[in-house]
Write a protein that binds this ligand. Structure first.
Ligand SMILES: [Zn+2]
Length: 113
């Protein structure tokens, strides 16, 4: 079973990037990385159900993100022909690199040099 050696997660409210270094039973070391999140500003709120309240990019009828594109919030006025725009955060890609024990020692000594 792999044993955690060190891990670090960047600060960020949604999908923060992280690094995880674990030693495997055979002495090799696997480094897992999740990239920084990507924020795209060209998104739109999608009207959802009550269970979606507060989820990124979702509105619930009548909430602060709803512009009555859903036609379920008459108090917001007549139905509009497009959803309200928003930015959305997307999870970065995850990758893993496995280094032999010798490769790990070489990398670590270069990091400390
Ligand atoms: Zn809505």
């Amino acid at each position: 079973m792999a044993k955690l050696m060190a891990a670090f997660t960047t600060l960020g409210p949604i999908y923060p990037g992280f690094v995880n270094v674990s030693r495997n039973d055979d002495g090799s070391v696997t480094i897992y990385v999740r990239g920084d999140p990507e924020v795209r500003a060209d998104s739109a709120y999608i009207c959802g159900h009550a269970v979606d309240k507060g989820k990124p990019g979702r509105c619930t009828p009548g909430d602060q993100h709803c512009n009555n594109y859903c036609n379920l919030a008459p108090e917001k006025g007549p139905m509009v022909d497009h959803p309200a725009s928003c930015s959305q955060t997307y999870e970065g890609k995850t990758a893993a690199v496995r280094l032999s024990a010798e490769e790990w020692v070489r990398l670590f000594s270069e990091l400390l040099a």
